[in-house]
Design a protein around this ligand. Structure first.
Ligand SMILES: C[S@@+](CC[C@H](N)C(=O)[O-])C[C@H]1O[C@@H](n2cnc3c(N)ncnc32)[C@H](O)[C@@H]1O
Length: 417
């Protein structure tokens, strides 16, 4: 037991230039103040105070949430550090520094789980992110999202009909769209589906009916509604037999190396689209209707399932580039199968981990750094391998990497743009 005390940074600092500059200055002053104090240790990515519960200050300010420790009993020697660091922090960050003491307040502003997550993130430096705008560089967030300017326009795309074009640079992880389907229905033969869709259409507004009927149809004929459904429906979750049709999301064309990711949110019954990487203004926004297999397999699947011949950048590569890509995808499939072998994971965990490592490297090469969902899966596999062998520390690291990738593709659950 004992009394906790310390301070929280509220709101937390951004990755923008101003906050970074203030934090760097603050850290420089702290280092200078304690340069002769043997209890204050400079680690590669943070400063550790070897007193009380060893509070820390990371070199990356946006990771910092709390500086605190128990201050009673054997921990009493830490109180002077907390007090001094807090005063210096107040000079730089003013009222963002919220002092708390367990005697007066129950505890700080942040939940301990979040605080412990932030501590773990100190260990490794973040990869620098490509910046979408000057404003993002300064403020650390992409302000375009907050002012409601449409991120895309609908335009004609050569060889593909209509599509979505980015009007501005869109930062990785940005939620581009969040849409409710006109309706959802299980896929079935056209003659059974046709009257079911007709009934669903009668239940929606005239405007929505018009939008549905304006969608592309690769299967014109006696079952027009089913044709539109088959051309446009996206499954409501991976492997779901139920599909949804959307006013705008259904205008997004396919790419075998997509720059965005679509995700069905079961809690809100919405489909979301997030940027996988920085999308430059003028670039087409794409998702993958399916990403699996070598070039021929993917193209055959797209023709059979959606009725079109894919002309995305991956399928339009030269024959020699396609050979390299196909060999890589084949190797990735083999690695994925081997990693999924539970017996091997138990008996030869080092081999399984080596496979995860190679898979992550190949994913980065093949998808040009935008395979976030597949990378999240590989991190999850690595997590499984190490947790099976009781390596909690490494498991936590892989879990965090998986969470980061998932946050970039699924967002945090809210359906507002
Ligand atoms: C869901 S719709 C996308 C919006 C469509 N372009 C439109 O004009 O309404 C799917 C259709 O778009 C076209 N399309 C999508 N991705 C394509 C690609 N990579 N290559 C060629 N055509 C594509 C095909 O005609 C496909 O059947």
């Amino acid at each position: 037991m004992g009394i906790d005390a310390g301070f929280d940074m509220v709101p937390r600092l951004s990755t923008g230039a101003t906050d970074r500059h203030n934090w760097d200055t603050f850290i420089r002053i702290i280092k200078d103040m304690y340069k002769d104090d043997t209890q204050v240790e400079i680690k590669p990515n943070y400063i550790e105070f070897n007193a009380g519960e060893h509070p820390m200050l990371p070199f990356e300010g946006h990771k910092f949430l709390r500086f605190s420790s128990k201050i009673s009993g054997s921990c009493a020697n830490v109180e002077i550090y907390i007090d001094t660091v807090r005063r210096v922090a107040e000079v730089h960050f003013g009222s963002r520094v919220k002092y708390w003491n367990e005697i007066a307040d129950p505890c700080g502003v942040y939940d301990w789980k979040l605080v412990h997550e932030s501590f773990r993130s100190y260990e490794q430096r973040d990869e620098p992110e490509p910046i979408a705008s000057i404003a993002q560089l300064i403020t650390g967030t992409d302000p375009i999202q907050n002012i409601g300017i449409p991120l895309f326009e609908i335009a004609k795309i050569p060889g593909k009909g209509r599509g979505l074009i980015a009007r501005l640079n869109i930062a990785k992880g940005t939620r581009i769209l969040c849409e409710k389907p006109f309706f959802t229905v299980a896929s079935m033969s056209p003659n059974v589906l046709e009257p079911i869709i007709a009934k669903r259409l009668r239940a929606i507004s005239k405007d929505a009916q018009r939008q549905f009927l304006s969608l592309h149809n690769n299967y014109p004929g006696k079952h027009p509604f089913s044709g539109i459904f088959k051309t446009n429906a996206l499954p409501c979750g991976p492997d779901s037999p139920v599909g949804g049709v959307y006013p705008t999301i259904c205008l997004i064309n396919h790419s075998c190396i997509p720059n965005s990711h679509n995700n069905w949110n079961d809690d809100t019954d919405h489909e979301t689209i997030h940027a996988n990487r920085l999308i430059k203004a003028g670039e087409e926004i794409t998702i993958a209707y399916n990403q699996e297999g070598d070039t021929a397999t993917r193209r055959a699947w797209l023709t059979n399932t959606f009725g079109f011949d894919c002309n995305c950048p991956a399928c339009s590569r030269s024959a020699s580039e396609i050979r390299v890509s196909d060999a890589r995808r084949l190797r990735m499939k083999k690695l994925d199968d081997d990693i999924g072998n539970g017996d091997r994971m138990v008996r030869r965990p080092k081999d399984s981990l080596k496979d995860c490592h190679e898979l992550l490297k190949l994913l980065k090469e093949e998808y040009d750094g935008c395979a976030v969902v597949l990378e999240a899966r590989a991190y999850y596999d690595a997590f499984q391998v190490v947790i099976t062998h009781g390596d909690q520390a490494r498991a936590t690291g892989f879990e965090e990497l998986e969470d980061e990738e998932n946050d970039d593709t699924k967002g945090t659950g809210c359906c507002e743009l």
